[in-house]
Each structure stands twice: as structure tokens, then as C-alpha cells.
Ligand binder design. Structure first.
Ligand code: BGC
Length: 382
């Protein structure tokens, strides 16, 4: 069924797509629960903001809103089959608009930091708003996490595509950028995110999703018992303002080494300059890969519930952030105050500050080129 995309149609809370699975159930095949529902999550600048809830055949679901393309909920089974929300976030749009540390959002145009809020392309210097110490973080003051993305269910019926046009000069970045981020929710509990963009002037781009995960209880307790594996032999060490030094350093002997699955809390308090700079883990890992395309970046699991998540990506890096700056002042879903380290992020990306680091993989996008990348968050139990 083709989804007719009008504001009126979206305002009503209706089931808009039921796939072929929904055809007459037999005795052996249980009825599929697959659906995409829309409802109004709130209103901003007079415009309704739609929440798309994608439910797969087994009943696991993901909720995504047009504001910031934010993943507001991800209901995953534990090893006994009980669904639980595994991402941090808020109950209302107003709370997201008021103050969020990028919970669940698409971050861009440049996810992570650009040193001094400056970079140069073809001899022209561009200046960006500085919003994190001396640096520009996550696209500036009004980055992609704070704009309205136009959401449309995909033809395949298992996803929603979010589009946004960023004007030339927006937040200091050159070029009119047309961006689309598509979320697909499979029956295997995989959230696939496909990013695509094009520009009419040379620019830089680095898009990611900034979900904070807590596989145990969605953020009611710290993530320190979660066991993490990061598929990286190297990382990009930083200075005191979290800007890479330019070096691709070995993880041998470092408390940042997660090649062997290790509890996040096991070494987070170690005396270590890099852990000091990040106030814990807040570092970009260089993913070990043999070929282009999707590679395993990380696996995280939670022993009590048995929930686990693999992160696969076509990107060269992943920022592991252990929620060090959460301090209890964000009151999230179900009135939970998100305390220090109650969520973890695995932000797939190009390396921080690449526009100023000639030896890092390039983040320059030129007219005629298409920026295309994908990341998959795959959930399962152990
Ligand atoms: C950064 C952290 C920052 C967090 C929230 C992460 O991507 O690496 O330093 O505190 O985003 O802004």
C-alpha cells in the first residue's frame, strides 16, 4: 500500500502500512505484528511533529520522530521475551527542544568536533559556531538534531525515510545540502540506518546517530556492568579539548583497549591521561576491517537481561562515549533522572576534526558526488 503523505493523514493515529505478512494467518504461522503507526508527538513553530512507530513481526518496536530524526524508543525483548526500552530519551517534544545531550538524534552536518570551529576547503576558510569549549561540536548551535526532518514511510513498508535540506551557509557550512536518513526495522531486530546527501558546493559532512543505550533498564542504572567489545586495534588520541592529535595510536596495553569483551566499569577509573581528558571513555576507535562495506564495529551485552547489540558500519570509526556528562539533571521517560553513565553511545562516523587532519580519511563532499553510508544496530539475546 502506498502511503499518501499529507499532514492531515499523519496527524491521525492510524496504522498506515501492513505488509504481506499480515495476510491470513495459518495455524502454524502466528499472525505478524508488523505495522507502521503514526501519531503526533508535539508541535513546533506551528507544525505538527510526527512520531513513527515501527513494529516488527515479533512485536519489537522502534519510535522515531521528525524533530532531529530522533529515535525516541527501542523496545527489545530480554532473554525471557520481556520487552523493555533500551534507549534514553524524553516523553515529550518540549523536553527534547528544551535541553538534550543529543539523545537518539541524527547529528550533523559534522558529528563530533571541529577544532576551533574552523576549516578550509580549496583555500577558503569557513567559520562555525563554537559550542564546546574552543571547538564546534555536532553541527553547531542548531545542528541536524534540532531541525525538522520530513518523514515518509518507505515503499518496502519496513522503514521511514527522513529528508532535510540544509541551506548554503547554515551553521557556517558551505553548500546547499540535501540529506536523507532512512531507518529500516527488520524482523531480525536490526535497525539499519542509511545516510545519503549531495551538495551544490564543496563542503564537509559526517553524519551519525547519537542514541544512548542502556540494555538493562533504559537508563535507570549505570552502564558500567555492560560488557563491551570494540573491533579496533587503534584509536585517535586526543588533547584536553578532545581534538585528535593526528596520531593513529595502538591500543596495546591501554585501558581503552576493548578487543577482549570487558565490563565498561572495569578500567574506567584507571589513572590514564586519555581517560582523564574524556572524563571516562569519549574516544574515536579506528575500526579494523579487511574490506569496504559493513564491518563489525562493536558488540555490547548486558549480563542480567541477556540483551546484546552488534554495531556494524561502513564508516571508518566509532566514538565510544560512556555518558560521562550525564549528571541527573535530565528527567527522562517515566520520570527517570539519568545519572552519571546511565547510557552509552557508539557513534559510527569519520574521525573527529577530519577537515583539519590531512592524514585522516576525507570528509569533503563535492558537487556531483553522493555521500552514502550505512550503520546497523542488531539486537539479540544471549
Ligand atoms: C561527545 C561527548 C559529548 C556528547 C554529548 C559525544 O558525541 O563525544 O563529548 O559530551 O556527545 O554532547
Amino acid at each position: 500500500m502506498r502511503f499518501k503523505h499529507t499532514r492531515t493523514a499523519r496527524a491521525a493515529s492510524v496504522v498506515v502500512a501492513l505488509l504481506a505478512w499480515a495476510c491470513a494467518p495459518t495455524q502454524t504461522e502466528p499472525e505478524s505484528m508488523r505495522s507502521i503507526e503514526t501519531s503526533q508527538f508535539g508541535v513546533i513553530e506551528g507544525e505538527p511533529v510526527t512520531l513513527f512507530t515501527l513494529t516488527n513481526a515479533s512485536g519489537a518496536s522502534v519510535g522515531i520522530i521528525e524533530y532531529g530524526g530522533i529515535v525516541v524508543s527501542l523496545n527489545m525483548p530480554d532473554r525471557d521475551g520481556n520487552l523493555g526500552d533500551v534507549v534514553l530519551g524524553f516523553d515529550t517534544l518540549d523536553a527534547y527542544v528544551a535541553d538534550t545531550p543529543y539523545f537518539g538524534a541524527i547529528t550533523g552536518r559534522y558529528a563530533n568536533r571541529i577544532a576551533g570551529g574552523k576549516f578550509e576547503i580549496d583555500g577558503t576558510t569557513y567559520e562555525l559556531p563554537v559550542n564546546n569549549g574552543p571547538n564546534s561540536l555536532h553541527g553547531g548551535i542548531k545542528g541536524f538534531d534540532k531541525v525538522i526532518w520530513q518523514g515518509t514511510p518507505t515503499e518496502s513498508g519496513d522503514g521511514v525515510s527522513f529528508s532535510y535540506v540544509s541551506q548554503d551557509g547554515e551553521e557556517g557550512y558551505p553548500g546547499r545540502l540535501e540529506a536523507t536518513v532512512s531507518y529500516t526495522w527488520t524482523d531480525d531486530n536490526e535497525l539499519q540506518i542509511d545516510y545519503e546527501a549531495s551538495t551544490d558546493k564543496p563542503t564537509v559532512i559526517n553524519l551519525t546517530n547519537h542514541s544512548y543505550f542502556n540494555l538493562k533498564d533504559g537508563g535507570a542504572s549505570p552502564i558500567l556492568d555492560h560488557v563491551l567489545m570494540i573491533n579496533a586495534d587503534h584509536y585517535t588520541p586526543v588533547d584536553a579539548t578532545s581534538i585528535p592529535l593526528g596520531e593513529i595510536a595502538s591500543l596495546d596495553g591501554s585501558p581503552l583497549d576493548f578487543r577482549e569483551p570487558t565490563a565498561i566499569g572495569a578500567r574506567i577509573g584507571d589513572e590514564n591521561e586519555q581517560l582523564g581528558f574524556g572524563a571516562g571513555y569519549d574516544h574515536n576507535y579506528v575500526i579494523s576491517r579487511d574490506a569496504d562495506g559493513l564491518a563489525l564495529a562493536a558488540t555490547v551485552s548486558e549480563p542480567e537481561t541477556g540483551r546484546a547489540m552488534d554495531v556494524l558500519t561502513a564508516e571508518p570509526g566509532v566514538q565510544f562515549y560512556s555518558g560521562n556528562f550525564l549528571d541527573g539533571h535530565h528527567i527522562g521517560k517515566g520520570q527517570v533522572a539519568y545519572q552519571h553513565r546511565s547510557g552509552l553511545c557508539l557513534e559510527t562516523q569519520h574521525y573527529p576534526d577530519s577537515p583539519n587532519q590531512p592524514d585522516f580519511p576525507s570528509t569533503v563532499l563535492r558537487p556531483g558526488e553522493t555521500y552514502k553510508t550505512s550503520t546497523v544496530y542488531k539486537f539479540y539475546t544471549r
